[in-house]
Design a protein around this ligand. Structure first.
Ligand code: PSU
Ligand code: MN
Length: 324
């Protein structure tokens, strides 16, 4: 045996010895649904652990799961717990992950391997969630607002890894646009560059998260969940990137525009004053928003993510039907 071959086989042996178990655990219900080709929707945990205050965060997690079921699909809430990726977290596992004493981290795609190797607990962002979802054969996810380009990105380079993950991960993400704390125009430009199609759900206006309309218009819209699923299947024939389905918050539930603009100014100023950077920026902006609106923004966030989960359920159901 050549030295190179010997080194390779020793290396392989070492890997097999150290990595005998799979780092991914899938709940029975989700595993069965995937195996039977039923619709499954991945749900993230960053919004639960870092995006919303306790105890409403648990209500939102439960409501999102119920909404996915209402849409005809099976929910798969994803997070990293005790050295494993769990796809289909149970209520008690989610409670454990969101327990403040556990200090669960916030994981994007790049963190997954390191977190598993070091046994670190954490919630997954959109980027982290779709990366795991793809790996287990789930192609639809729901969230509140996608991450994007921050307003000071020309100085900080702060652009969410959600964008690059979506550019290389074949998944449908249903969101109410990108969070309005971001530079929305720059984010749409980046999605264009990265080859990620953006379709409005029954609208040609890009939603503004807490607001129905960000002021930016879109080239495309879909009229139904079936059309969104058909769009994804066609897109997949030509590209390995994902598809963003932008679903605006219901008209009677959006935030008052004047309240929104005042809260935004205050949140941006606070975060700048505190000198925050990296992963902390988005949670801090959302919590400042909540403080400034006396919790009204939290209710809007809840309404929109629950609605997105239902639409994602319908899209996953249509996708499963089309592939049956
Ligand atoms: N949508 C919400 N609340 C959130 C998020 C989305 O309504 O907290 C989370 C998602 O996990 C998203 C993340 O991926 O915010 C973006 O964080 P960052 O800007 O640090 O990439
Ligand atoms: Mn960032």
């Amino acid at each position: 045996m050549s030295e190179a071959a010997l080194t390779t086989s020793l290396y392989t042996l070492r890997c097999v010895n150290n990595f005998r178990f799979s780092p991914v655990v899938i709940s029975d219900e989700v595993a069965t649904a995937i195996r039977e080709g039923r619709g499954v929707v991945a749900l993230e945990t960053t919004i639960v652990v870092h995006g919303l205050p306790s105890p409403i965060n648990f209500d939102v997690a439960r409501e999102c799961e119920a909404s996915v079921r209402k849409g005809g699909a099976i929910p798969a809430t994803i997070g990293l717990l005790e050295g494993r990726v769990v796809v289909g977290l149970s209520e008690s596992e989610l409670n454990a992950l969101a327990d403040p004493g556990r200090h669960a981290a916030k994981f994007s795609s790049r963190d997954l391997g390191v977190a598993l190797a070091t046994g670190t607990d954490g919630a997954t962002t959109v980027a982290g969630t779709i990366t795991i979802a793809r790996r287990v054969g789930i192609s639809v996810m729901a969230t509140g607002g996608l991450g994007g380009v921050h307003r000071d990105a020309h100085d900080t380079f702060d652009e969410s890894a959600d964008l690059t993950a979506l550019s290389r991960t074949s998944a449908v993400v249903v969101a109410s646009g990108v969070k309005s704390i971001l530079d929305i125009g720059a984010t749409l430009e980046r999605l264009d560059t990265l080859g990620v199609p953006v379709v409005g759900y029954q609208t040609r206006q890009f939603p503004g998260f807490y607001l129905r309309d960000s002021g930016f218009s879109l080239d495309w819209s879909v009229a139904s969940a079936e059309e969104a699923a058909a769009t994804f299947l066609r897109h997949r024939e030509f590209s390995s990137s994902g598809l963003l389905v932008a679903n605006p918050v219901a008209a009677k539930k959006e935030l008052d525009r004047a309240m929104h603009d005042a809260a935004l100014d205050s949140a941006l100023a606070t975060v700048q004053l505190e000198g925050l950077s990296g992963k902390e920026v988005t949670p801090a902006l959302l919590s400042e928003f909540a403080r400034h609106t006396s919790g009204v923004s939290v209710q809007v966030n809840r309404d929109l993510v629950v609605a997105n989960a239902e639409l994602a359920g319908e899209i996953a159901t249509s996708l499963a039907l089309a592939l049956a």
